[in-house]
Design a protein around this ligand. Structure first.
Ligand code: MGD
Ligand code: MGD
Ligand code: SF4
Ligand code: MO
Length: 693
């Protein structure tokens, strides 16, 4: 028997795990009590890493489509076919005819992070899409606009704050996001034990709301009005006191003028929150000794996501909580790759062909992918390479994308499952198991509530012939460049790049040191770094970015949705659209149900447990309803990442049916946070009616 320590890569909490191996098999998985960041925390998904590794449905060999079957082929044929077909497309129709889609697990794999850029540089297309535009785009845009860098996301200092105020996040289920906070329950307990409070604003009484000191319902999509009204209150009541931040912040007067029309009374009318409560929330932030206002998916993937993220930054800034202990601060990771000035990012440097939507950091909004495939003309997308993603399931109007993929000349996917998207592939290139690779959390140390560094050794050797993600990307980049007659890129092994990053980083660490510290190296609590670290043009904070000011007219003119609106729901036993082959995760009561308030059900004569039809502009799905007083009246709630789309054909290797439906068969690709191009996945107008039995 041997004992191993490694970071779980399934969510942003990056828990340190202790795994025992006997005769080549994982026998136990527990939280590593000695881990410097997670201190023994684990959730059910961490244990399911064993299921992922052993899953017979996980592809281990490249496959190619023959009719409606996939047949195994060798790596040589697989890579050269993909490279040649993509290059043929680029030669015949132009470079932008080849599209790339990077899914969420890219940020959970150091090999994909070290090599994704190299692949992108080899393929040189502007048709790049990713999960960013169905997720955290507004938060990163605000980091770019206010602090000069897309990755300068101030992290709530939960271990030292007195007030943690959460808008549209559910860390008790998600284990935290844009905030790497393993053992959220333990840290919350400590916060309360030192007299601190957590306040949650959410249309559902979530798992997090249930352990909060206060929870307020809010009508989905109206947070920008509430948050800007809170900023308004700070000025109106003389509570705007940025302290030292004022010395290096521009535009505070402009903010005051801009928020003047957004009063608590105006916000109350649409949000369902009393004006007095809005005032009280603002005062609480201003008066707490130290406070951190935080907003996540719920206030990102909505019609005014950019304004929400702006107002959240302003609340922390204007109360002096930005860049101070117990407030919100930038992390100091050991590898600053993601924070180096050259990675600052950009916005609107080019636009999508059909809807003229802005690029962010080299990516176009994924809500535009289907139309870019379906609309003929110069620049039309003709081939697609996806890397660790499932856009049919995870992006708005998945049905349209599902159909559009059939229109392409060629589809290739780097993935180890046949899912709603990869089943369209001509070729699937599966990486080795995550337990067979080394790992360093290049992304999440940028977001962690404490500075740490940790290297995970592979638990197993990869089988003969298997390839890691970074090896697949290297081979594709090399062969594609050759096929185009270009110089192949010189890409070093992933581990070498990480070692180099550590050596040249601020702590001058190296891989060997980390290998000798399997529980991680502690690099201390979050600490202030402004103004030194600001990389805006003038080295000062931009409190009133032009893009935010310009979007206020849209907010002022917005008409509230009158009827039912649909929001999402994450569960601790599910992971976006995958991990559904793990019986230990999916077992238990059916969670694929539409939650609805009893008053809304009565009005429509719907019985608890009945089957209902849920309709939006995009389509209709049928699902069982569950009466719940946890959702506010006027709101219905459905998990995302489930359900096969309507198409027949190739059998998937991920059991996604389970009676569920796909949320994104309802979400609308035309509903965007126009300021950023981010998709609206929360607050989708729907109708619900009982189905005759
Ligand atoms: N309605 C609605 N839609 C949503 C959301 C929502 O809340 N509501 N959430 C959005 C969010 S936050 C996100 S991040 C996106 C996610 O959207 P996507 O990233 O498009 O989808 P995932 O479900 O994460 O798909 C991950 C795929 O990567 C594969 N994979 C896993 N690990 C690896 C690996 O190491 N290497 C490779 N090559 N492949 C791997 C899996 O097999 C799976 O097929 O969905 C978004 N869509
Ligand atoms: N178990 C599990 N963990 C996960 C994932 C998973 O699929 N499963 N996915 C991971 C990923 S990719 C991400 S990005 C993170 C997301 O992490 P979180 O953002 O913490 O997770 P969500 O559950 O999407 O939380 C969004 C919350 O916003 C609320 N909400 C919806 N609409 C509105 C609104 O208009 N206003 C307000 N104020 N609230 C609203 C919802 O009710 C929900 O409680 O989770 C990560 N962790
Ligand atoms: S919370 Fe669960 S899924 Fe997330 S890193 Fe920890 S063990 Fe893994
Ligand atoms: Mo996400």
């Amino acid at each position: 028997m041997s004992v191993h320590y490694r970071a779980c890569h399934l969510c942003e909490a990056i828990c340190g795990l202790e795994l025992t191996v006997e005769a080549g098999h994982v026998t136990t998985i527990k939280g590593d009590k000695a881990d410097v960041l997670s201190r023994g925390h684990i959730c059910p998904k961490g244990v399911a890493l064993k299921d992922l590794h052993e899953d017979p449905d996980r592809l281990r060999t490249p496959v190619k489509r023959v009719g409606d079957r996939f047949v195994e082929i060798g790596w040589g044929e697989a890579v050269s076919t993909v490279a040649t077909r993509l290059a043929e497309t680029a030669k015949a129709h132009g470079q932008d005819a080849v599209a790339l889609y990077f899914g969420n697990p890219n940020v959970h794999s150091s090999g994909l992070l070290t090599h994704g850029g190299g692949l992108g540089r080899a393929i040189k297309t502007r048709s790049v899409y990713s999960a960013t535009s169905v997720d955290q785009l507004p938060a990163q845009l605000m980091a770019l606009w206010m602090y000069g860098h897309q990755n300068f996301l101030p992290i709530p200092d939960i271990d030292h704050t007195d007030l943690f105020m959460v808008f549209g996040g559910n860390p008790m289920a998600s284990n935290g996001s844009l905030m790497t906070v393993p053992d959220f329950p333990g840290r919350l307990h400590a916060l309360k034990a030192r007299g601190g409070r957590m306040v949650v604003v959410d249309p559902r009484r979530t798992e997090t709301a249930k352990v909060a000191d206060a929870h307020h319902f809010i009508r989905p999509g109206t947070d920008a009005l509430v948050l800007l009204a809170m900023v308004n209150v700070l000025f109106a009541e003389g509570l705007a006191k940025p302290g030292r931040l004022a010395d290096f912040t521009d535009g505070i007067e402009a903010v005051r003028d801009a928020v003047a029309p957004f009063t608590p009374e105006r916000a109350a009318a649409q949000s369902g929150l009393d004006a007095d409560i809005i005032r009280a929330l603002a005062r609480e932030v201003a008066q707490a000794p130290r406070a951190a206002v935080y907003g996540r998916m719920g206030v990102s993937t909505q019609a005014f996501g950019t304004l929400c993220q702006w107002a959240i930054q302003l609340l922390n800034l204007l109360t002096g909580n930005l860049d101070r202990e117990g407030g919100t601060l930038l992390a100091h990771p050991a590898i600053e790759a993601g924070m180096a000035p050259r990675g600052a990012g950009g916005f609107g440097r080019w636009h999508s062909r059909i809807r003229n939507l802005p690029e962010f950091s080299g990516n176009l909004p994924v809500a535009a992918l289907a139309e870019e495939i379906l609309t003929p003309g110069q620049g039309q997308v003709r081939a697609l390479l996806t890397i660790a993603g499932n856009p049919v399931s995870s992006t708005p109007n998945g049905r349209q994308l599902d159909a559009a993929l059939d229109d392409l000349d060629f589809v290739a996917c780097v993935d180890f499952y046949v899912n709603e998207t990869t089943r369209h592939a001509d070729i699937i290139l599966p990486p080795a198991s995550p337990l067979e690779r080394g790992h360093y959390d290049l992304a999440f140390y940028n977001l962690a509530v404490r500075n740490v560094a940790r290297w995970s050794e592979p638990l197993f050797d990869k089988p003969e012939g298997a390839r890691h993600d970074w090896e697949i990307l290297t081979a594709l980049a090399t062969e594609y460049a050759r096929a185009m007659g270009n110089e192949p890129p010189n890409l070093l092994p992933s581990e070498t790049m990480i070692d180099f990053g550590l050596r040249t980083g601020p702590y001058e660490l190296d891989l060997e040191t980390l290998k000798a510290s399997p529980h991680g190296v502690d690099l201390g609590p979050l600490r202030p770094s402004f103004p030194e670290r600001l990389v805006t043009n003038n080295g000062r904070i931009t409190a009133a970015p032009a893009g935010c000011l310009a979007d206020l007219a849209r907010l002022a003119a917005a008409k509230p949705e009158a009827g039912l609106v649909l929001i999402g729901r994450r569960h601790v036993r599910s992971n976006n659209s995958w991990m559904h082959n793990s019986t230990r995760l999916v077992k238990g009561p059916n969670r694929q149900r539409l939650q609805m308030h009893p008053a809304d059900m009565e009005e429509r004569q719907i019985r608890d447990g009945a089957r209902v039809a849920v309709s939006s502009r995009i389509g209709t799905v049928e699902i069982e309803v569950e009466a719940s007083g946890d959702v506010m009246p006027g709101v219905v709630c459905l998990p995302h990442g489930w359900g096969q789309s309507t198409r027949d054909g190739i059998q998937m290797s991920v059991a996604n049916a389970s009676g569920g439906v796909s949320f994104n068969d309802l979400s609308d690709e035309n509903r965007l946070d126009v300021a950023s191009g981010n998709a609206v996945l929360n607050g989708v107008p729907v109708e619900v009616r009982a189905l005759a039995v």
